[in-house]
Design a protein around this ligand. Structure first.
Ligand SMILES: C[S@@+](CC[C@H](N)C(=O)[O-])C[C@H]1O[C@@H](n2cnc3c(N)ncnc32)[C@H](O)[C@@H]1O
Length: 311
């Protein structure tokens, strides 16, 4: 299995995509190409458009997929619609989102995603973008830091941690993951399980904000659903509740006809359902997969299908 990234629930994802020979598919989060390779192995006669905003992932996956003929696109999946239009793709037969960061990105100390490894506070998936975790920690106002930690980390001590950051940066810039971890420990304590969880939540919150992960997901899901051909499927794997909620609510909305407030008796919204939800509840990895790949433990997989007669 790849040391770059071990694909999660690969067989389930591929089975649920129902790949057809001659079909057009999108891997929105190519990473180490584990899922992409499994797609080709299941059905070699597909046309695959594969996105990743990380140029390293695109380069690595390009090598892994040598022998196949994917169109590799280094872009944010929030640009799905325009990037596919540029490639003259009008409709797709299936799309996979495997959200978040790859093991390679987490394990590469230089990228600054992990508090276990001392590195510059970076956390950008796309290293061409300007905003980094360092900028947020050193330049964002106190109230904004507190909001980020509360909203994206669901951290109870958000205010106290934001204030500890404000105090520390008043004397000198906070430049490394270790410095930030130490500041968090000054509030949450050292060595306890709860302190570890607090660091996880604060680092997650910063990562989400640096990469605008929730904003990109919300807009890409809508575009992906619109792009799907009738019978085409959207398969999304998320790794925390904020992402899963967006996926669940978007699928629910797009599987609903009228969305007028209950007080309106005669529909004025003209909304109609485009989707059939395939997974009433999210699917999760089995115990065997979790024991062989601990990073799969939080995965939640949701699938929906474009209704016939919809485009
Ligand atoms: C969990 S990994 C995908 C692993 C992949 N399925 C595999 O089997 O190797 C997620 C990947 O998606 C990329 N990514 C995350 N958000 C993205 C976005 N908004 N646009 C494009 N790529 C994104 C990350 O850079 C990362 O390489």
């Amino acid at each position: 299995m790849s040391s770059y990234h071990q694909p999660v629930m690969a067989k389930t994802c591929i089975d649920l995509l129902q790949l057809q020979a001659g079909g057009i598919y999108v891997d929105a989060t190519l990473g180490g190409a584990g899922h992409a390779l499994a797609m080709y192995q299941a059905q070699p006669k597909i046309r695959l458009y594969a996105f990743d905003q990380d140029e390293e992932a695109i380069a690595e996956a390009g090598q892994r997929l040598a022998g196949y003929d994917p169109v590799l696109i280094q872009a944010n999946f929030r640009d799905l619609r325009t990037s596919l239009a540029y490639n003259k793709v009008k409709g797709i037969d299936g799309i996979l989102f495997d959200l978040g960061v790859s093991s390679h990105q987490i394990d590469d100390a230089e990228r600054g995603f992990s508090f276990d490894k001392d590195a510059a506070l970076d956390m950008r998936m796309d290293r061409g973008q300007e905003l980094s975790a360092g900028q947020i920690v050193n330049e964002f106002p106190l109230g904004e830091l507190k909001r980020i930690f509360k909203e994206y980390g669901e951290e109870n001590a958000s205010g106290r941690i934001a204030r500890a950051i404000e105090n520390a940066r008043a004397s000198r810039a906070i430049t490394t993951t270790k410095e930030l971890a130490t500041i968090i420990e000054s509030v949450a304590g050292v060595g306890s399980k709860e302190s570890l969880k607090t660091k996880v939540r604060i680092f997650q919150a910063l990562r989400i904000r640096v990469n605008d992960e929730l904003g990109a997901l919300s807009s890409a899901l809508v575009d992906a659903i619109n792009l799907l051909n009738p019978g085409g499927r959207i398969v999304v794997m998320s790794y925390h509740s904020l992402e899963d909620r967006i996926v669940k609510n978007t699928f629910k909305l797009e599987a609903t006809d009228c969305i007028c407030p209950p007080a309106i008796i005669n529909c004025i919204c003209e909304h109609h359902s485009k989707l059939k939800i395939i997974t009433k509840r999210p699917l999760t990895p089995d115990a065997e997969e979790i024991s062989s790949n601990v990073r799969s433990r939080s995965a939640k997989l949701r699938v929906a299908e474009k209704k016939k007669g919809e485009q």
